[in-house]
Design a binder for this molecule. Structure first.
Ligand SMILES: [Ca+2]
Ligand SMILES: [Ca+2]
Length: 119
């Protein structure tokens, strides 16, 4: 007995990417796929595929300016606000930032709120 007798013929084809996708450029792609047989009069059908591109953390945080020049009056009380830094980045997923003063503060004269950027 033919092992295919009584079974439907099937054919599988993979859809693969051909380039590196960037979710920050486009979040998803609607594809229309046709299946067509080799009949004398070919018959076909189509289906829709939505490919979602998932975000990766591939964009660095940015600030509005690369350099700030705030000033503080001499004899200001401790705790006076110097600057509020705002950061953003281009990843589509919500990003949270941690702020630290990494140099220039050996005496510890300045503080920064690590989550809000207030100093
Ligand atoms: Ca990021
Ligand atoms: Ca990203």
């Amino acid at each position: 007995m033919d092992e295919h007798e009584g079974t439907r013929e099937s054919c599988r084809r993979n859809i693969r990417t051909k380039v590196v996708l960037d979710v920050e450029t486009k979040r998803g792609y609607w594809l229309t796929v046709y299946a067509q047989d080799h009949g004398v009069v070919p018959l076909s059908s189509s289906l829709q595929v939505y490919v979602e591109v998932l975000d990766e953390n591939d964009n660095t945080p940015l600030t509005e300016l690369p350099v700030y020049y705030p000033s503080v009056p001499e004899n200001s009380p401790a705790g006076v606000s110097v600057l509020q830094i705002r950061a953003f980045d281009h990843d589509v997923s919500p990003q949270q930032f941690v702020f630290t003063i990494s140099s220039g503060n050996p005496e510890g004269y300045f503080l920064i709120n690590s989550t809000t950027g207030s100093g």
